[in-house]
Design a protein around this ligand. Structure first.
Ligand code: ATP
Length: 353
């Protein structure tokens, strides 16, 4: 598939808007001036709350929705303007997987995967070869003659992935593909998607409401709210330096930054009178992420540091850590200076008396 000649992007959204007519008159702006570039071969996550516009955005990539303003291009082709054979060709190059798998109950695993090829008129010998390869790729050789009702959720999603790959697409859209699965099965499906991305160079655009999914698989992320992108960038940058309150709130569950209840309850925004401690978040990034910096700070500054919560995680091969600590408020500035001098980010969360 050729990439967009102007941006090099596999998918690009240029000032895309989508208004749906509202019952009783007026309209809902589901998407408002969205501009986003998805580079070929990357995995990009779109995260947002229910009703933010994620599905509408995804459905524009295969022409299931048309923009009311702006332009969506896939491999340089204007999806909104495509009709007939042009649209069918784009759809062959864009596979999709779904939260509830969307398999045909009356067809076996083999027959579900073969369906898109039958529709596109592929010769039956070619269908057999391709379906055999795909069923093996997703690890379901022993299940090829089973019906969907006889499969687990993870196995059904593997069938969904194999079916989406049948027409040898260059782009895979994932609509909350792991939301109906337990955490362990989620991991195995995400690993399958990462393998496909690596082995086939497939560009993956996925929508989710879970930052953990983004962390585990996406190299880039866009946060969407009320039809607008409020923040986007590399996953590492967004995790280590989130700017928008919505991004911060999505991150609070996964990065070990949730304040323990007993601290959150007593936290004040302004410093109380009398002795108090400042509560701060430290984001450890890059090579220093796992350095014993706090021990060094304690010794060098003679400070008592209380660790309240924290975690060290990885995004791809790069570690980063989040720690919530408290230090004597009178000396907190000294502590922050020390940490920032050592290339760590700090954020004051409040005070406890
Ligand atoms: N066909 C439609 N007609 C009218 N309004 C629609 C239509 N499709 C979506 N909307 C509205 O557009 C907005 C965005 O919907 P969308 O389904 O894209 O959100 P979402 O982020 O995918 O939500 P969810 O996570 O709940 O699926 C919502 O306000 C929704 O009610």
């Amino acid at each position: 598939m050729k990439t967009d000649t102007t941006t090099g992007a596999a998918i690009s959204f240029d000032n895309v808007g989508k208004a749906f007519p509202k019952k009783g008159g007026g309209s809902v702006m589901a998407l408002d001036d969205i501009s986003l570039s998805v580079e070929p071969g990357t995995i990009t996550g779109i995260i947002g709350r229910s009703g933010a516009g994620k599905s509408t955005l995804l459905r524009m990539v295969n022409g299931l929705e048309k923009p009311t303003s702006g332009k969506v291009t896939v491999a340089g082709r204007d999806v909104g303007a495509a009709t007939g054979a042009g649209l069918r060709e784009i759809r062959r190059e864009v596979g999709m997987i779904f939260q509830h798998f969307n398999l045909l109950a009356s067809r076996t695993v083999y027959e579900n995967v073969a369906l898109p090829l039958e529709i596109s008129g592929t010769p039956s010998r070619e269908i057999r070869k391709r379906v055999d390869d795909l069923v093996a790729r997703v690890g379901l050789e022993d299940f090829r003659n089973r019906y969907p009702a006889e499969l687990s959720g993870g196995q059904k999603q593997r069938v969904g992935v194999a079916r989406a790959l049948a027409t040898q697409p260059k782009v895979l859209l994932s609509d909350e593909a792991t939301s109906a699965l337990d955490p362990e099965t989620t991991q195995t499906v995400l690993e399958l998607l990462a393998d496909i991305n690596r082995d086939l160079g497939l560009t993956i655009l996925l929508i989710t409401h879970e930052m953990a999914v983004v962390r585990d698989i996406a190299s880039h992320v866009a946060v969407i709210e009320d039809g607008k992108i409020v923040e986007d960038g590399s996953t590492y940058d967004i995790f280590t330096d989130p700017r928008h309150p919505t991004t911060k709130s999505f991150l609070s569950g996964v990065t070990g930054v949730t304040l323990p209840q007993f601290i959150a309850r007593d936290l004040t925004e302004t410093r109380p009178k009398g002795p108090s401690r400042e509560v701060m978040r430290i984001t450890f990034v890059g090579d220093n992420a796992t350095d014993p910096l706090l021990a060094k700070m304690s010794t060098e500054l003679g400070l008592q540091v209380n660790i309240l919560a924290g975690a060290v995680e990885e995004i791809g091969p790069r570690p980063f850590g989040n720690l919530l600590i408290s230090v004597e408020a009178d000396r907190a500035e000294e502590a922050r200076n020390f940490l920032e001098h050592n290339q760590q980010r700090t954020e004051v969360l409040g005070y406890v008396g």
